[in-house]
Design a protein around this ligand. Structure first.
Ligand code: AMP
Length: 480
């Protein structure tokens, strides 16, 4: 006899149950409407991609690639002796996607590699490619753009996506290992600041439409491949001078991901960081001009923002414009959206030169949490009609009228088994139905229906056409 056990959702993942799921659908549906009104179209991407895609696009030294990816080998047969090896290979591959790394590791005589070297090597070669559950969707969008030659399509490609992302972060409020994003990307030949301003306008239009309260938009420019390297070098030199006063994370980042030091939230590092050189004073003329024009474009759209010179975003692919939106009610995880420009990414991933890009990703979990905390949830349409039927003669009429009500776009609940009227009406109430349609033998004999509005118990006896008209009128009156 196998032991009885219950299963639970994996730590950092969760179930979104009704009625909450209706809020999620409403949020995503509103995003579709707003984005489509700006000419964006839906792109559906795979949930997993080659590990190397993320290592190259997001950057090997980022937290995401360095320690948060869910990776697996496509054909790895589970074998305990190779678990450590597998783990190390994933880590090595994320850091350096080159083939040599694997070979070097296998040939290294490392005592941690179990079994004989030739066994390990054979295992690795059979294991196939390293795959990763997507931690974000810009890399996949750009991969798809290149793969399908979308640069040959006219104008800029305006794409949006909706779906789950996966990062092995420490779970807490507003931070999950499977979370959801709604994002948009603009890819094409132009990097006009009007594009940056328009996607910010679109983002804020969505936040406004869904009632996200107290949002704050922060913007920055982090320069381009011409001006940033010199600034990063300068920053690194300055940081080396104060290295001893910094925490372990920042000390490490000085050499590996210098800009990220500016992200630090450690209180004792703040006075030091405030004195560091700022990128705005080191932008090249073209980047300065782009940023100035962006601000003019934002003013034209009456978009309120704050400049934040420390907003560097963690990922390697960003150039020039970066931005973030925070919202109320979220505690320390208060960023609901992040994004920026990534002009060199298409070329870096093997695509044509000269393609520009910009995008953002909204964290749906956090956006909904913030709307909930603000008490701004919409009243979503619930059950329209509960069909309270009783008696064998009434049942066929109940089945038929349920079909007609549903065909008109209303929701109807038809109990599959006979219930006493009192019980039926009680259940209708519990389900939050707006109407109960009472169908007894009387009604069945006269082809009529008693429609009872549950809010005020008003009821009337109606024929089929009048019944459907009444529901229709009620819908227009309450929802228009
Ligand atoms: P990022 O590109 O990492 O800034 O992600 C964009 C947005 O996704 C963030 O502003 C968050 O709202 C959301 N997000 C990122 N990671 C998580 C996570 N682990 N759990 C929930 N939301 C997340």
């Amino acid at each position: 006899m196998s032991e009885k056990r219950q299963f639970k959702a994996i730590k950092g993942t969760r179930d979104i149950l009704p009625p909450d799921s209706a809020v999620w659908n409403w949020f995503e549906q509103t995003a579709r409407q707003v984005f489509e009104s700006y000419g964006f179209r839906d792109i559906r991407l795979p949930i997993f991609e080659e590990t190397e895609l993320f290592a190259r696009a997001v950057g090997a030294e980022t937290d995401i690639v360095g320690k948060e990816m869910f990776s697996f080998f496509s054909q790895f047969t589970s074998d305990e002796r190779f678990e450590d090896l597998e783990q190390r290979l994933h880590e090595e591959l994320a850091r350096d996607p080159g083939e040599e790394k694997i070979r070097a590791l296998v040939d290294s005589n490392d005592p941690q590699i179990p079994g004989t070297l030739s066994q390990a090597a054979a295992k690795v070669r059979r294991s196939g490619e390293s795959l990763t559950l997507r931690p974000e969707a810009t890399a996949g969008s750009v991969r798809a753009y290149i793969e399908h030659g979308m640069h040959t399509l006219p104008g800029n490609q305006k794409l949006y996506y909706i779906g789950p992302m996966f990062r092995r972060e420490r779970p807490q409020k507003g931070r999950y290992r499977q979370f959801y994003q709604v994002g948009a990307e603009v890819l094409g030949p132009s990097d006009a600041p009007g594009i940056d301003a328009e996607i910010l306008e679109m983002l804020l239009a969505l936040f406004n439409r869904v009632g996200l309260a107290n949002t704050k938009l922060y913007i920055n420019s982090i320069g381009c491949k011409d001006c940033r390297p010199a600034y990063v070098e300068l920053l690194r030199e300055e940081l080396r001078k104060v290295k001893d006063q910094l925490g372990a994370d920042s000390q490490r980042r000085i050499e590996t991901n210098t800009l990220r030091v500016l992200d630090s939230k450690l209180p004792e590092e703040q006075p030091i960081i405030e004195k560091l050189p700022r990128i705005s004073e080191h932008l090249c003329a073209a980047c300065r001009d782009h940023f100035e024009k962006l601000k003019i474009e934002l003013a034209l759209r009456e978009i309120v923002y704050e400049e934040n010179w420390r907003l560097v975003r963690g990922l390697d692919y960003y150039t020039r414009t970066t931005f973030e939106v925070t919202a109320a009610g979220l505690g320390s995880q208060n960023a609901v959206c992040g994004g920026g420009r990534y002009d060199g990414l298409v070329e870096m991933l093997g695509g044509p030169a000269g393609v520009k890009g910009i995008g953002f990703a909204i964290g749906t979990d956090r956006a909904i949490l913030s709307i909930q905390e603000g008490g701004n949830l919409p009243r979503l349409a619930g059950l329209d009609v509960f069909i309270a039927w009783m008696g064998a003669q009434a049942y066929p009429a109940a089945v038929r009228i349920a079909q007609k009500i549903r065909a008109r776009g209303f929701s109807a609940e038809l109990p599959p088994e006979e219930m006493k009227f009192r019980k039926s009406l009680g259940l209708a109430d519990k389900l939050g139905a707006r109407f109960a349609l009472i169908l007894g033998e009387d009604e069945a004999a006269t082809s009529t229906y008693t429609l009872k509005r549950l809010a005020d118990a008003h009821q009337e006896k109606l024929g089929e056409a009048a019944l459907l008209d009444t529901l229709e009128a009620e819908r227009k009156g309450t929802r228009a």
